[in-house]
Ligand binder design. Structure first.
Ligand SMILES: NC(=O)c1ccc[n+]([C@@H]2O[C@H](COP(=O)([O-])OP(=O)(O)OC[C@H]3O[C@@H](n4cnc5c(N)ncnc54)[C@H](OP(=O)(O)O)[C@@H]3O)[C@@H](O)[C@H]2O)c1
Length: 323
């Protein structure tokens, strides 16, 4: 074959890897469009046909956690260079370009559940479905401890995918059902104990795992992603940074105060271009910023950067071993 395999082919490989039982397999091989790919647990892959650079980058980006056993919680934020995710009035469409938005839809297609805070539901009225790429819709989860989500929100009414509204335990009675729409059987509501900061991320993850949702995307907004990161409950975080300065507005990450930079988080980091935006793929190991003694010190070994020079790309026979 002389033509290089394009991203659509790579995406089909990733979707197939998503559905592999990695607890039972150390490696798998399958044919996609007549081309064989071998994928090893942990993300190494090889293919005996030439793969386009963009396709190779996509496999490198996703397979380390898609081709892995066990549960995973990944956060994402699309932000400006100065760390804003929306204007003060809540406008966030769009900070990132189409490629970054497509990446977000890929993340959704690879998880079982996508989680947003009620601030995002009321500001954006999002659908949280997979539309820019092929793939399944995740269950949509709304964190709403005080039951203030707008009842007419699409998540509750469009029936496009199941929606789970998590509300404060004290509100979890039929008399407080805020849903006015026609979501029908695709809508469920569950009560969970909440404190002044909302739900305990660990309790929320346990709830979702108990319901069979093991891969979880914390999609936003800033408060929600920050709370999960501060609690040490993010395994990975994808920061999509747009070359834009907003200068005011809603912050992305807001973490507890630290005094010295030795207390700052320094996750393993890989960098990819996503159109005009920069994607930072950050890997944590259950680190918490709430207690400095609990912060694992960073590894000195830099995470491998993606080669920018096409000359560094694999030749006709592609083989990759990610971090
Ligand atoms: N650029 C992006 O990637 C992106 C993604 C999503 C959203 N957004 C933007 O972000 C803005 C909303 O973000 P936001 O930070 O203001 O709000 P948010 O994170 O969407 O929602 C925060 C609210 O969720 C509830 N909550 C329950 N448990 C929580 C927990 N464990 N952690 C955090 N929140 C919990 C709380 O509601 P109560 O106050 O009722 O207790 C809290 O105030 C919107 O303007 C939206 O457009 C941007």
């Amino acid at each position: 074959m002389s033509e290089r395999l394009l991203p659509d082919w790579g995406w089909r490989c990733i979707l197939q890897a998503r559905d592999t039982d990695w607890a039972a397999s150390r490696a798998t091989s399958f044919m996609v469009e007549g081309v064989r790919i071998d994928i090893h647990a942990g993300g190494a892959w090889n293919c005996d046909a030439p793969v386009a650079d963009e396709t190779a980058r996509m496999l490198d980006l996703f397979l380390p956690w898609v081709a892995a056993p066990g549960p995973l919680t990944i956060g994402q934020l699309g932000q400006s260079l100065d760390g804003r995710i929306a204007t003060e009035s809540g406008a966030s469409h769009y900070i990132n370009g189409l490629e970054a938005r497509t990446h977000l839809h890929r993340l959704r297609a690879l998880v079982d559940a996508v989680v947003v805070g009620v601030g995002t539901v009321n500001a954006d009225d999002p659908q949280l479905t997979v539309r820019h790429v092929s793939g399944p819709n995740p269950v949509r989860v709304v964190l709403d401890p005080r039951g203030r989500a707008h009842a007419a929100s699409k998540l509750f009414t469009d029936g496009a995918a199941p929606t789970l509204q998590v509300i404060g335990a004290a509100l979890a009675s039929p008399a407080h059902d805020p849903r006015a729409g026609s979501g029908g059987a695709s809508y469920r509501r569950v009560g969970l104990a909440a404190d002044a900061h909302g739900f305990d991320p660990a309790a929320l993850i346990a709830l979702l795992h108990g319901a069979g949702y093991r891969r979880i995307l914390i999609e936003g907004g800033g408060l929600t992603v920050s709370r999960f990161l501060a609690a040490g409950r993010l395994d990975r975080l994808h920061l999509l940074v747009a070359p834009m300065l907003i200068g005011s507005g809603r912050p992305g990450l807001s973490l507890p105060l630290i005094t010295g930079l030795d207390e700052a988080l320094r996750p393993q980091s890989r960098h990819f271009m996503c159109g005009a935006d920069s994607l930072y793929d950050l890997s944590f190991s259950g680190r918490t910023v709430a207690s400095s003694s609990a912060i694992a010190r960073p590894s000195c070994a830099p995470a491998p950067a993606m080669p920018a020079d096409p000359a560094n790309r694999p030749g006709p026979e592609a083989a990759r071993v990610p971090d």
